[in-house]
Design a protein around this ligand. Structure first.
Ligand code: COI
Length: 361
């Protein structure tokens, strides 16, 4: 285990009431920082009081968006211990995202150790209310003050943490979705498979427009032919069609989600055939018309499973047969959250101990 210096904050914020928490709005007392330059490489990992960063207005991240991020959670088990869910998967994806964005990759082990070190210091911030967790947001930004379009020489790696409540406090409410046929979020050969802010910036306008006309989010089509389904909002997407589950394959424009991968593994173990392939919107709506489409849901770290209640595309409309989360989506949600919070056994070795109830392992 690497040694990171720790500067404890003299001020401790009051812990917000879990029922009032909104996703990503309140942050803990500390954050993790680490610097990169070409001489010392990644160095000076440290935990310091949470607070504003001081950056030059010319810092490259502000101009050319050379940055990457991750999202994962720490969960309080019934025995009081704290665990992470597949943190190495996030660390490997962060490395891949760095490579795509021309950022010197961070060793995956280092990211996991940094996350564990921060969670240990912030152990008292990991909520124990049902469905609540500590969301961790590692990110790397280019900090050279320079306006030339090239890779930065210096970078900052940061991890911040925020307690989050159940994503859907009133249960798993199905969302209303329409197929976006104007904007695209990513293209093959672009940055879709990397977790970088630009992909999310490109998605914001469509989400706002969807909400203005009474939908919750959009279903994204591929950027080349505007034909194949890619993602839903900021999540991967799965459809139960007949006796199978179909999910868009990772063509380069789709994010390789950790929850997506976990769902595929569970479904295969349950004997449900999973097809990772190109899925034309036409085929999906044909399956909707024939009654073969019986469930649809998004998968992601923040919400785990987000059931889709309605899909609209060029005058055609599908609504979930039961107006509620379907049985397969429900089983995935219950199994994944059971493993994550330690109320179910973890036969896959997905969970990683992180801190004991006293804050130190
Ligand atoms: C997730 O579903 O976890 C996401 O990646 C969305 C996140 C950017 C809030």
């Amino acid at each position: 285990m690497r040694h990171f210096s720790v500067q404890l904050s003299p001020d401790r914020k009051p812990k917000p009431e879990v029922s009032t928490l909104r996703f990503g709005k309140s942050f803990t007392d500390h954050m993790f920082l680490m610097d990169y330059d070409p001489e010392r490489l990644w160095h000076d990992g440290r935990i310091v009081p949470y607070g504003p960063l001081s950056l030059e207005p010319a810092a490259m991240v502000f101009h050319y968006a050379q940055e990457v991020f991750e999202g994962l959670k720490a969960y309080r088990r019934p025995d009081g211990a704290v665990q992470l869910f597949r943190p190495m998967d996030n660390a490997l994806r962060l490395r891949d995202s760095c490579v795509r964005m021309g950022i010197p990759p961070l060793e995956p082990e280092l990211m996991v150790e940094a996350v564990k070190a921060l969670v240990e210091v912030e152990e008292s911030w990991v909520p124990d209310a049902p469905g609540a967790s500590l969301y961790l947001r590692p990110f790397i930004i280019a900090v050279d003050p320079a306006l030339g379009v090239h890779a930065s020489r210096t970078y900052l790696f940061v991890i911040i943490a925020c307690p989050v409540g159940a994503y859907y406090p009133n249960g798993l409410a199905p969302v209303r979705i329409y197929v976006e046929d104007e904007d695209v979020r990513a293209v093959r050969g672009g940055t879709g498979y990397a977790k970088c802010g630009g992909n999310y910036a490109a998605s914001i306008r469509a989400g706002e427009r969807a909400q203005a006309v009474g939908y919750d989010q959009v279903l994204w089509l591929d950027g080349v032919e505007r034909k194949y389904i890619e993602e839903v909002g900021s999540m991967n997407v799965m459809f139960r069609i007949g006796g199978r589950v179909v999910t868009p394959k990772l063509t380069g424009s789709v994010l390789p989600g950790v929850t997506r991968r976990s769902c595929i593994r569970l479904l295969e173990d349950w004997g449900v055939p999973v097809e990772e392939r190109l899925l034309p919107a036409r085929e999906l709506f044909d399956a909707a018309q024939s009654g073969e489409l019986t469930e649809a849901w998004g998968t992601g770290t923040a919400a785990v499973i987000s059931p889709i209640g309605e899909l609209a595309w060029m005058g055609e409309r599908w609504t979930t047969p039961r107006g509620d989360i379907g049985p397969l989506a429900r089983r995935l949600y219950d199994t994944l959250t059971g493993i994550q919070w330690g109320t179910l056994p973890d036969p896959y070795g997905w969970t990683v101990p992180c801190a004991s109830a006293s804050g130190m392992l």
